[in-house]
Structure formats: structure tokens, C-alpha cells
Design a protein around this ligand. Structure first.
Ligand code: SF4
Length: 340
């Protein structure tokens, strides 16, 4: 029930961010498509994404083992630092113009020197803005951030770094000028969920509005046991007891993976686009980095969201098997407990 309300709220928020008939019509087509049972969804889309994630860089001051974008297989590069001109070209492009919600990601987005210009431009375009950050630079950039706040400030929780950054988060969360909704984002695995009590205590004591729990996406084959499945009663009991104890903080629960052979119904392939500073696309934020092979919005000869790669993914919609790279993804049966 709560997850349905969350989804409706999010949809309504994005709908309101769409100005003009064409934009609202695009939104309606997108929602209708995603509400259609997956076996009846065409592979080719006749609308644009209503939500987009833009990687403003691929560099970071941290090195996290679970990072999808920067790792041993693909190192980050300064060449993907998004410039102001390119940012304007991106958000004015037909492909992105109907995205009511823009998520700024990276790398560490606050390492991009134009980050506050990006926020200003998005605000003047009435977008719902979300940002994912490790939070380490917010102390130094405090005043600039408070003058240019986003709708959703998502701080990733890193076990070994939270204590040294706690004072920054408290400063923001307890500042009367704060307008952002702040969310502490934690990746939960089959191994670390026993330590969630500490995360809930930290989030409450540091004044966060919400906790977002994200299930683990196994980037490597030998990590597949880290995903949390729907039949994990220990996890469900742990979460329920934490929610009971911490009633004041809103919890966005993780999508759990089903062991049942359900139909492939990924919504990310038809709601949200993931794009880098060159205009290259990814199927989603897990299957990165973006690549021209998936489509590039500046390539005039291509239909990027209906590229060969995207059609290959959507070919599996409604089937009992999923594309190989989606095998252990907790979104493969659709968005359930998460707001989109
Ligand atoms: S099922 Fe998961 S990995 Fe596959 S496209 Fe969807 S979000 Fe990405």
C-alpha cells in the first residue's frame, strides 16, 4: 500500500514538472506503456524518458568496491567532465526535454565545477532534481549548496567514512534554511543487513528525512549470493523491527529479488534514461558505462532509445527468462517496493 502511494506521489511530482501539452502527453504515453502487462509492451517506444540520470563526470575522490561506473574494468576519465555548453545541449535535446526529473550522478557530482550552474538551470526549467553524492565535499561547498539546493539530496552511506562526515550531515539536516529532502542511501546485502540498526540510529541522530535501502546488484558472478531474495525472512523481520523502532524516519524499502520464474518486466528500460556527457546511453545505471553502442542522442542517424541494443533488451519483455546481464537484477520483474 505504502509503496503504491510512493509511486503515485513520484509520478504526480514528475507530472507537475512537465509543462505544456506535448510534455504531459508524453508522460501519459510513458505511464500507460509501463502499466501494460510486459508481454503486451512493444519493443519500440513512441515516447521519450520521463526521468533521466546524467553523469556529470566519471571521477571520484573515493574508490568504492561496489561502484558500477568506476572500477577495474572501466576507469573514470576527466574527459567525461560535463561542460556548461554540453549540459545545455543535453537538456534542450528532444530526447531529454520531457524528463521531469533529472538525477545528477557520477563519479562524485560535486567535483564538477559547474554543478551549481547545472542546478540553477534545472531549477529555472522547473525540473525535480535529485543528486547522489558521497557528501564529502559539502562542508567546503556549504554556502553554495544552501543557495542552490536540489529537491532530493541523497547521501551514500559508507561504513568506514560515515563517522568522519557526520558533522557535515548534521549541519545540513538541522539548518533551518534547508529545503532539500535528505535521504541516507545504503546498499544492503545478504551479508550486511544485520548491521542496519546502526545505520537507522545514525540516520535518525543525524536528522535525515529518509533512508533509502538499495538491494545489491551483483556486478561480478561470484557476488550473486549477496542479493537479497524475497524469501529472506531474517531480512524482512530485521527490517520490520527497525521500522517499528524508528517510526519517525521514512524508509524506502529495497526491491527484493524473486526466485520464481516470473516474467521479465524491467521498467527502467522505458521510464528512465542514463546518459553521459557525450550523449551516450546505458540501458540503466547498473549496466555502465554508457556507450555509443547503446545509442547516442547526438547521432542524427540513430533512434537512440530504440537502438538495436535497447530492442534486444525489450525483446525479452513478457518472457520467463531475462537478458543475461539482468539475471540477478532486483528490478527485472518491475519496480515494486521502490519509487521510480
Ligand atoms: S533488469 Fe536491471 S540490469 Fe536489466 S536493464 Fe533493467 S535495471 Fe538494468
Amino acid at each position: 500500500m505504502i509503496s503504491t502511494l510512493n509511486k503515485i506521489n513520484t509520478a504526480f511530482e514528475i507530472f507537475r514538472a512537465n509543462k505544456g501539452f506535448a510534455s504531459k502527453f508524453n508522460f501519459a504515453k510513458c505511464i500507460l506503456y509501463n502499466l501494460t502487462p510486459s508481454k503486451y509492451r512493444p519493443q519500440s517506444l513512441n515516447f521519450f524518458p520521463i526521468s533521466s540520470t546524467i553523469y556529470v563526470n566519471t571521477i571520484c575522490n573515493y574508490r568504492c568496491s561496489f561502484c558500477f561506473l568506476i572500477n577495474d574494468d572501466h576507469k573514470g576519465s576527466k574527459k567525461f567532465n560535463l561542460t556548461l555548453d554540453r549540459f545545455n545541449e543535453l537538456i534542450e535535446h528532444d530526447f531529454l526535454r520531457y524528463s521531469g526529473r533529472i538525477t545528477l550522478g557520477g563519479g562524485e557530482p560535486f567535483l564538477n565545477k559547474y554543478i551549481f550552474d547545472f542546478i540553477k538551470i534545472l531549477k529555472s526549467n522547473n525540473k525535480v532534481i535529485s543528486i547522489y553524492t558521497n557528501g564529502s565535499l559539502l562542508d567546503r561547498l556549504y554556502d553554495s549548496y544552501m543557495d542552490n539546493q536540489v529537491n532530493y539530496l541523497n547521501i551514500s552511506h559508507y561504513d568506514d567514512k560515515f563517522a568522519s562526515l557526520r558533522h557535515i550531515f548534521k549541519r545540513i539536516n538541522f539548518d533551518k534554511k534547508r529545503t532539500s529532502i535528505t535521504r541516507l542511501s545504503k546498499i544492503v546485502t545478504n551479508e550486511n543487513f544485520y548491521e542496519l540498526e546502526e545505520v537507522f540510529d545514525e540516520a535518525t541522530a543525524s536528522g535525515f528525512d529518509r533512508i533509502i535501502l538499495q538491494n545489491y546488484f551483483p556486478y561480478k558472478k561470484d557476488e550473486k549470493d549477496l542479493v537479497i531474495y524475497k524469501d529472506n525472512k531474517d531480512f524482512i523481520n530485521t527490517l520490520n523491527s527497525l521500522k517499528k523502532k524508528h517510526k519517525k524516519i521514512k524508509v524506502i524499502e529495497p526491491n527484493l529479488l524473486s526466485r520464481r520464474n516470473k516474467k521479465f518486466s524491467c521498467n527502467n528500460l522505458s521510464l528512465n534514461s542514463t546518459i553521459d556527457s557525450e550523449g551516450n546511453l546505458s540501458p540503466c545505471c547498473f549496466l555502465t558505462p554508457p556507450s555509443p553502442l547503446n545509442g547516442n542522442i547526438f547521432d542524427e542517424n540513430s533512434n537512440p532509445w530504440n537502438s538495436f541494443q535497447f530492442l534486444k533488451f525489450r525483446e525479452k519483455l513478457g518472457e520467463n527468462s531475462s537478458p543475461k546481464s539482468c539475471e540477478f537484477c532486483y528490478f527485472k520483474h518491475g519496480i515494486e517496493n521502490r519509487v521510480f
